[in-house]
Design a protein around this ligand. Structure first.
Ligand SMILES: NC(=O)c1ccc[n+]([C@@H]2O[C@H](COP(=O)([O-])OP(=O)(O)OC[C@H]3O[C@@H](n4cnc5c(N)ncnc54)[C@H](OP(=O)(O)O)[C@@H]3O)[C@@H](O)[C@H]2O)c1
Length: 313
């Protein structure tokens, strides 16, 4: 099979297309013939030597990628929920060695769910790590109540655009930050209000927020605490920029948590259900081929991606 192996951390030229044996599966895994894979900022960070590179560098061959949608080519002897021919998707082995940048990937059945037949493999692969992050970040620490006010940062991005749709599904009033150019996109995915983070301080644009999803970190945490209610909750997801969120929130009688997504097939099933019913939708701005992985990474590195980037295998 063809796979992109990370030879050296650094620029995208370190990702080299190689011919490798098809992976062997264990009893609790399935072998997926990959049709589409999702690209995330963590892929780019890890390729550059940050992100999960430190944890994975001794793995040979090192294959990036955690989001895959495809067809079960073989199911392990202990797998009861999937069989050969099923269409499945999910976030594989995160935060471990995902190995999704390949024509075949061995994935724990417990990380996957059935792909709804009314969505494409591209839409499913897109709705893996980013959608799971939005879902888990909004479910782990609280239950968002109908009518509560929610603010989603980077609402036009991968995580943010799912978070807006999921918060609306929970019945919240939702504001989303984005540049002026992405105003229509943010409103079209269901946000009640677009906040242009470049136009004026955030607390002059919105107030009395119950729940914030922070995808930016650093000063965005301080600015968010100025517009939240007492007792409000802020979840911060960018690694390295959010360690102080708990202390900063506590000092203002609010709750702050940093959060990392984890592979979970039950949560993927909940996301699949929302996708199937059209309650949430993947917005894919760029589709690349397997040979264009450098372009896919370059797009994510702009920091300006709208929705998701996928690679069709
Ligand atoms: N902890 C975890 O488990 C976890 C999971 C997933 C992602 N993450 C992290 O979360 C971050 C976001 O991930 P992502 O996949 O959503 O990234 P992404 O898709 O690359 O985000 C791109 C979006 O960010 C927006 N943006 C950039 N700067 C902004 C600012 N200051 N305020 C508001 N919006 C801004 C851009 O909109 P404009 O062009 O309109 O500014 C663009 O639409 C990354 O750092 C990622 O590594 C963490």
């Amino acid at each position: 099979m063809k796979a992109l192996v990370l030879q050296e951390p650094g620029d995208p030229s370190g990702l080299v297309l190689k011919e490798l044996p098809i992976p062997q599966i264990t009893a609790d895994e399935v072998l997926i013939a990959v049709r589409s894979l999702g690209i995330n900022p963590i892929d780019v960070k890890t390729r550059s030597g940050g992100g999960l590179y430190g944890a994975l560098k001794s793995e040979k061959p090192l294959i990036l990628g955690w989001d895959a949608s495809g067809i079960v080519a073989e199911a392990g002897s202990g797998v009861t929920q999937f069989k050969k021919g099923d269409e499945v998707f999910g976030m594989i082995n995160f935060p471990g060695h995902g190995k999704a940048y390949a024509e075949y990937v061995a994935a724990p059945a417990a990380h996957l769910t059935i792909k709804p037949s009314n969505i494409s493999h591209n839409e499913a692969a897109a709705a893996s790590l980013a959608a799971l992050t939005a879902w888990q970040a909004m479910k782990t620490f609280t239950t968002i109540q109908k009518g509560q006010k929610v603010l989603i940062h980077a609402a036009a991005g991968g995580v943010g655009h799912y978070a807006v749709q999921i918060a609306k599904y929970f019945g919240a009033w939702v504001a989303g930050t984005a540049s002026a150019a992405n105003r229509d996109f943010v409103l079209n995915i269901g946000a009640d209000e677009h906040i242009d983070y470049k136009a004026a301080p955030l607390h002059e644009q919105v107030a009395d927020i119950d729940f914030v999803l922070d995808t930016i970190g650093g000063e965005t945490i301080d600015h968010s605490l100025e517009l939240m209610k007492k007792g409000g909750i802020i979840i911060s997801i960018p690694s390295g920029l959010n360690e102080a969120v708990t202390d900063k929130a506590g000092a203002k009688e609010m709750k702050g948590y940093s959060f990392k997504v984890k592979s979970n097939g039950d949560d993927m099933k909940a996301i699949a259900n929302l996708l199937e019913k059209g309650i949430i939708k993947s917005h894919i701005s760029h589709i690349f081929s397997f040979n264009e992985i450098a372009k896919a990474h370059a797009q994510i590195e702009t920091g300006r991606t709208i929705g998701k980037v996928v690679v069709q295998v």
